[in-house]
Design a protein around this ligand. Sequence first.
Ligand code: MHF
Ligand SMILES: O=c1ccn([C@H]2C[C@H](O)[C@@H](COP(=O)(O)O)O2)c(=O)[nH]1
Length: 319
Amino acid sequence: MSQNEAQYLNLAKKILTEGHEKMDRTKTGTRSLFGAQMRFDLNEGFPLLTTKKVFFGLIKSELLWFLRGDNNIRFLLQHHNHIWDEWPFKKWVQSSDYTGPDMTDFGLRAQNDPIFAAQYNEQKQIFTDRILNDDAFNQKFGNIGDVYGKLWRSWPDNQDDGVVDQISRLMSEIKNNPNSRRLILTAWNPETTPFAALPSCHVLSQFYVADGKLSLQMYQRSGDFFLGVPFNIASYSLLLSMVAAQTGLQVGEFIHTIGDAHIYSNHIEQISEQLTRPMHELPTLKLNPQVKSIFDYHMADIKIENYIHEDPIKAPVAV
Ligand SMILES: Nc1nc(=O)c2c([nH]1)NC[C@@H]1CN(c3ccc(C(=O)N[C@@H](CCC(=O)O)C(=O)O)cc3)CN21
Ligand SMILES: O=c1ccn([C@H]2C[C@H](O)[C@@H](COP(=O)(O)O)O2)c(=O)[nH]1
């Protein structure tokens, strides 16, 4: 039995039973707890949940997108990854450039009204086609703003009008000064992030080296426990593994600290179903040892082996 996965399931149970009923920005409603922590020892296996299928390909392309310093969803679409579509789409339908049918509250309405859902899917298809094929449109509407990728690789540096590449700095600090207590990656710029399509959720990470092992703790201000959190656990465990591989360290623990940990009211049935399912042995992560820089990984260099899982469980994403 996986202690790693058991922590996720136990915390899910706790949110269900002890969570506050709390309304939220998306008007969906949640059960929510404040301040939660899970520790994943990566030596136990790679923490990709087995009680439902988690699509690792989507996690890889999203992390490679962050590491490119990219904040435009075209790269994701080229990799058939649609997990970020809704937020730039929202900017488009709220703009004066948009002339199609009214898309107010599209996330909620598409769940309850099949006629509207068809219209929404049609507009979404038009949007993603234009992001892929129309450069001017892509420039205007494809960006998600000053979050993750942009801030990781090109944090605005006001002193000399340049940028700070936090990842490159971290790589050399971990190699040259592993005992440092300043191995910080931040993704919350108070000047710009609050105005992004969706302000960063994983806002602060700290790396830590002891006994030849690299660990990482990440603070997530807001965690969608059924849809987002399984992705976040795998994504940061992958980042930790890649940084360890490129700094000659073994992997240690990924420690996941969450502020508002919530289960949306329309995910309760799904997560309850997940809680009845058996756990399987965790899979193994294989990184291509030929890759010599954190920036040179491609999709095929990252593989998950022996992933035995239960069926996927579908749920609507709150926009
Ligand atoms: N409400 C909400 N929850 C999130 O987890 C979330 C956001 N918004 N906004 C930005 C990103 C995008 N992330 C997402 C968005 C959707 C899925 C999702 O729907 N996952 C499905 C598979 C989707 C597919 O196959 O395309 C799943 O079953 O895990 C996961 C992460 C995480 N983030
Ligand atoms: O990586 C991510 C990104 C987003 N989320 C979830 C957490 C919340 O449910 C929403 C964001 O809404 P806010 O009102 O801005 O908190 O997205 C996630 O779990 N993981």
